[in-house]
Unconditional design. Structure first.
Lengths: 185, 285
């Protein structure tokens, strides 16, 4: 994402017309970049098991091992989306199975509110997802990665979500209305 | 607010300071122009005549208690918002309740110093009477409890692209002055992520990404503790409708983990995002 929304919109238009992503090199088709935060005790083991079982899943996902889903600061999620990821997946143990007893319960509440806040502020639903995947659920891990990658691929790059110039122009009137009586005081 | 409220508060402040019940008394005094009021900390009984309490006292004074920590008991005028802010500071272990002496007043809303229109934050107020106080001056007032989610309803009914455009325009006007943080009674961390020296949290670039990051993360950090005083919005020099982010979270928390009416209420229990129940609603399986 770039500095101004206009620049982002222009970028999005050029990508929508089929231009290659700048990172992808000349001519290569756009590939989604998805960051998956995986808890060390469950999902990372589940991913390991998927590998041991020779399961195939798209290589568009990057695993980032964290001690616990409770370790994932919502700031990490937003920063990842701003810094070039097209989707973010946060995975942890099933509720009740946390290695640290309660980390995923905190993560659950936090991510439920944060996800709604992001989507309220304009993130397209599906860009940020949370799943509980245990160490034995290699198949669920594969299925989750396949489905998330498919969804993100269909949505296109993050930059394509930038609002159109018409939408931005319409937003100014809405913003003025929202300022209300307490304007600038 | 009754006409002689200023005199009643001055009398109480004088008594409290003279008797040694409090070491200082926080209220408002007239500022440079007509209808301008500014917070003041009175330390001597001779100075209480500086105090003014009327419908122009637009600032929330509770956070000034943090500057007087350790100086003995702090006296303070407490409307609904001040009392909730003090409850917030107590819940965040910033002050102890015994260190604050609250002189409660019922409040019927403040007026904009430019033009005299009712302040937006007061029109959305849920608690006009203090939720906690050590003594009450004057009568309690009626609690209209107006509906405060109108703006949230409006934005939620938009398409994602419209919402994105709305917040892009909003955040692109942010001046990154951090006034919203500095007035917020829930923003009481000793060190803020925005001030962290570590590279990568919030850098000094001045663009949409940085201000969106600041705006959303500040809102989320205080989301489950927000007392809905509306000070962020009042203090914002760009006049951005910041409370829409806070109201959104308050209502989500109420619907998901409720009942929840906002932070800083005496019977609110543990903060919703700092506690959990094993039977919380599940949507990530």
């Amino acid at each position: 994402m770039s500095v101004t929304s206009d620049a982002v919109a222009a970028e999005a238009r050029s990508r929508a017309e089929g231009a290659a992503s700048p990172e992808g090199g000349a001519g290569s088709p756009w590939q989604p970049k998805i960051l998956a935060f995986c808890c060390n005790w469950c999902t990372y083991a589940g991913a390991d098991l998927a590998g041991l079982n020779r399961m195939n899943y798209p290589a568009d996902i990057r695993l980032l091992r964290v001690p616990c889903s409770g370790r994932v600061n919502p700031q990490h999620v937003l920063r990842a989306l701003q810094d070039g990821c097209d989707g973010v997946l946060v995975c942890g143990c099933h509720p009740g199975d946390c290695h640290y007893v309660s980390g995923n319960y905190y993560a659950k509440r936090r991510m439920m509110v944060f996800k709604r806040l992001l989507e309220y502020s304009g993130l397209r639903p599906g860009r940020f997802q949370v799943r509980w995947i245990s160490g034995s659920e290699a198949g669920k891990f594969r299925d989750t990665v396949v489905s998330v990658t498919e969804q993100i691929s269909q949505m296109g790059p993050m930059a394509s979500d930038a609002p159109s110039l018409e939408a931005l122009a319409g937003a100014d009137a809405l913003l003025e209305a929202a300022r209300g009586a307490g304007d600038a005081r | 607010m009754t006409a002689n409220l200023t005199q009643q508060i001055r009398d109480r402040a004088r008594d409290l300071l003279q008797s040694g019940t409090v070491s200082c008394f926080i209220a408002w005094e007239p500022a440079r122009f007509e209808h301008w009021r500014t917070p003041v900390t009175i330390e001597s009984p001779d100075e209480v005549d500086r105090i003014v309490v009327d419908e122009w006292c637009d600032q929330l004074i509770a956070k000034y208690a943090l500057q007087r920590r350790g100086d003995g008991r702090i006296g303070m005028v407490a409307r609904g918002c001040e009392s909730r802010a003090v409850e917030r500071l107590v819940a965040d272990r910033q002050v102890s309740r015994q260190d604050v002496y609250l002189v409660g007043v019922g409040c019927t809303g403040m007026l904009d110093r430019d033009g005299g229109a009712p302040l937006k934050k007061c029109e959305e107020c849920q608690r006009r009477n203090p939720v906690t106080y050590d003594e009450m001056v004057g009568e309690t007032v009626e609690e209209p409890r107006p509906y405060r989610f109108g703006e949230v309803d409006r934005i939620e009914s938009m398409e994602p692209e419209q919402r994105r455009a709305f917040f892009d325009r909003m955040f692109s006007q942010c001046a990154m002055c951090f006034a919203c943080r500095n007035v917020c009674p829930a923003c009481n961390c000793r060190s803020c992520f925005a001030d962290a020296e570590r590279v990568g949290w919030l850098e000094k670039d001045f663009g949409l990404d940085a201000s969106r990051y600041w705006g959303l993360m500040r809102a989320f950090h205080t989301g489950d503790r927000c007392i809905e005083c509306g000070e962020c919005e009042r203090a914002c020099p760009m006049g951005l409708p910041l409370m829409t982010l806070m109201h959104k979270q308050v209502r989500d928390i109420d619907r998901l983990f409720g009942p929840y009416e906002g932070g800083g209420l005496s019977d609110a229990g543990p903060d919703p995002l700092r506690s959990y129940r094993t039977d919380d609603v599940e949507e990530f399986m």
